[in-house]
Ligand binder design. Structure first.
Ligand code: PEP
Ligand code: MG
Length: 327
């Protein structure tokens, strides 16, 4: 298998019927970076910046943040990298940071990610400045986690713009372009998809959190782990609505949750219209093996037929598996 995956690296990343797909990898620490070349990823679709904060015993200094971001961009050598601003809170606690005034009964629904960084803008400002400096002369992509309302994007943009003005006043070398994206993880965004797509340069579906919130099922609770299936009619419809809204508004859409890394669910994503997915590096080989064998046109009609009519109880996973086995 490993041999097959190595061989596949030389092949273009496209379906059997010639549709190009970007297979990106998720990362978060310097130790992950050699995987970029080894796995043959087209770039880093999700760089989890909070990992640097989680392995430290105090807040990483601005210089340490900048160095990590610079190393990432150096190693990526022009391949796209999407940096997610710190996604702490919820299950990702920093032992040295007690910002919350109360114990949270529902940490997943609590003071976390963009909510926390907008309330502690110093954290975000330091990080944004480090990112801007590290990306001087190169493209920078920044993504906001757990966005719930579009106003959060506007507030983050103000902070970013202020840092850009600050650095240009001191004649710093700025990024050649700066793209701002939002993660789709909170269901409230599903009813403002067109507005969202207009408000950002790109979006990325955080399917781990989105599934948890759509199904009201804790992503870490093993008792629930097999109870609900992302490859079910309701969740596939959600994912399709997002892909359609992206296409309609010409806003690039990626998906960077665990779903992207399993060949059968990655196949479903492609059928729903996704052309860019980000996964753990070890999944790129298996997903590419699926991709190169996939008649995407057939899969698309198969999914359109099954998801558009009355379909409440269709066993989608089994149907998708049968589709894959037949081909
Ligand atoms: C997700 O929620 O799907 C995601 C990619 O972010 P994380 O797993 O880091 O919460
Ligand atoms: Mg998430």
């Amino acid at each position: 298998r490993q041999e097959l995956y190595r061989e596949l690296r030389k092949k273009p990343s496209e379906t059997k019927d010639g549709v190009k797909v970007d297979l990106l990898m998720n990362a978060g620490l310097a130790v992950d970076l050699p995987q970029l070349a080894e796995a043959g990823a087209a770039g880093i679709g999700l760089f989890r910046t909070e990992l640097q904060f989680m392995v430290a015993s105090t807040f990483p200094r601005a210089e340490a943040q900048e160095k990590l971001y610079r190393d990432v961009l150096d190693i990526a050598r022009g391949r796209p990298v999407t940096f997610r601003t710190i996604d702490i809170g919820g299950d990702k606690v920093l032992p040295y940071f007690k910002g919350s005034v109360q114990e949270e009964e529902n940490p997943a629904l609590g003071w976390r990610a963009i909510r926390l960084t907008l309330d502690r803008p110093g954290l975000l400002r330091t990080q944004v400045r480090a990112l801007l400096k590290a990306a001087g002369g190169r493209e920078l992509k920044v993504m906001l986690p757990m966005v719930t309302e579009l106003s959060e994007i506007a507030q983050a943009r103000e902070i970013i713009d202020r840092e850009v003005r600050h650095l240009s006043r001191f004649a710093h070398h700025l990024p050649t372009s700066l793209k701002l994206g939002a993660m789709i993880e909170v269901p409230s965004l599903l009813w403002q998809l067109d507005e969202l797509m207009q408000a950002v340069d790109f979006v990325s579906v955080g399917s781990n959190d989105l599934f948890q919130f759509v199904m009201a099922a804790d992503r870490g609770n093993t008792q629930l782990a097999d109870r609900f299936d992302p490859l079910s009619v309701p969740f596939l419809r959600v994912l399709k609505q997002i892909a359609d809204a992206g296409a309609r508004n010409h806003t690039p859409v990626t998906l960077c949750g665990e779903l992207a890394g399993k060949p059968i669910s990655a196949m479903a994503l492609l059928g729903l219209g996704y052309r860019s997915i980000s996964m753990s590096p070890a999944s790129i080989g298996p997903v590419k093996a699926m991709l190169t064998e996939l008649p995407l046109g057939e899969l698309k009609s198969f999914l359109d037929d099954n998801l558009s009519g009355p379909a409440a109880n269709l066993p989608m996973r089994a149907l998708l598996q049968a589709f894959a086995d037949d081909r």
